[in-house]
Design a protein around this ligand. Structure first.
Ligand SMILES: Nc1nc2c(c(=O)[nH]1)N[C@H]1C(S)=C(S)[C@@H](COP(=O)(O)O)O[C@H]1N2
Ligand SMILES: [Mo]
Length: 258
């Protein structure tokens, strides 16, 4: 084995991680030498988040269920109808005029209709949605794989996060649209989809029509509804409150692993 130097900072972080009792790892040193671990720490990520990533393997799949497990009704939470005039006009037209704009740090910006989105490789999955407010529901989601969409727009090498800009203003004066963000590990995860169907029907307005994110290993608020625009960025410092999401700006965790 190649004895790579572990810096005092890394040694401290490793000690803190294992000392916290969150981890049962054979060979922390080996882990510390991986490019991923070094990059992660260098990027200044929080210990909690690094710990979570270590405990839950990066490519672990969220549990999937069968039709028999479906909740009789999938409730709506947060916005149930975006109040913007632009959204309401789209909804009235059955979303025929909807376009998903994809831009930011990409080689080939794109504007996709629902038909374009339906033509992308897709996935159907029955999963449990967990909201921090203390309720869960099991639903069947069908949608375009986010990985397939990213392949078509070609992220630039410096892109680090995928930001989802939504149609619903969160303030009564029509400002502060809902938004969310995820990193590339989650963006390329096989269960990360842009869902256009719930329980074999077009996505209903209360659940995010015409398009909402499913990022199954994270809590409900990460699952952006009413997605209008996707932006690839290297930092979210200049977006709204700078914390990577509407609820994050109010103090919620950015990485909301389940
Ligand atoms: N655009 C938008 N996305 C959103 C929300 C919202 O208010 N606006 N609420 C979030 C929260 S807290 C949850 S639990 C889920 C609820 O999804 P549902 O309405 O399909 O149950 O959407 C998330 N995504
Ligand atoms: Mo939620």
């Amino acid at each position: 084995m190649n004895p790579v130097e572990i810096s005092p900072r890394r040694r401290f972080l490793l000690a803190a991680l294992s000392g916290a009792g969150a981890l049962v790892l054979a060979g922390c040193d080996k882990l510390a030498n991986t490019a991923w671990f070094q990059k992660t720490l260098d990027a200044g990520e929080s210990l909690t988040r690094v710990g979570q990533r270590l405990v839950i393997p990066r490519r672990a799949m969220a549990q999937e269920f069968s039709d028999a497990d479906l909740s009789p009704q999938f409730r709506s939470n947060g916005t149930s109808v975006p109040r913007s005039a632009q959204y309401q006009a789209l909804a009235t037209g059955g979303f025929a005029a909807y376009r998903l704009e994809v831009g930011g740090l990409v080689e080939r910006p794109a504007s996709l209709s629902l038909a374009d989105l339906r033509a992308l490789p897709n996935r159907t999955q029955i999963t449990r949605h967990d909201c921090v407010e203390g309720w869960s529901a099991i639903g069947k989601w069908k949608g375009a794989k986010l990985a397939a969409l990213l392949d078509t727009v070609q992220p630039k090498p410096n892109a680090r996060y995928v930001v989802f800009h939504c149609a619903d203003p969160m303030e009564s004066d029509g400002t502060s649209p809902y938004y969310e963000s995820i990193d590339f590990e989650d963006a390329y995860h096989p269960q990360t989809i842009l869902a256009y169907e719930l329980n074999d029907k077009s996505l209903p307005v209360p659940n995010g029509a015409p398009l909402r994110l499913r990022v199954e290993r994270q809590l409900g608020y990460k699952h952006a509804k009413y997605v209008m625009r996707i932006e690839l960025v290297d930092s979210f410092a200049n977006i709204a409150g700078g914390k990577g999401g509407y609820w994050e700006d109010q103090g919620y965790q950015w990485y909301a692993g389940i």
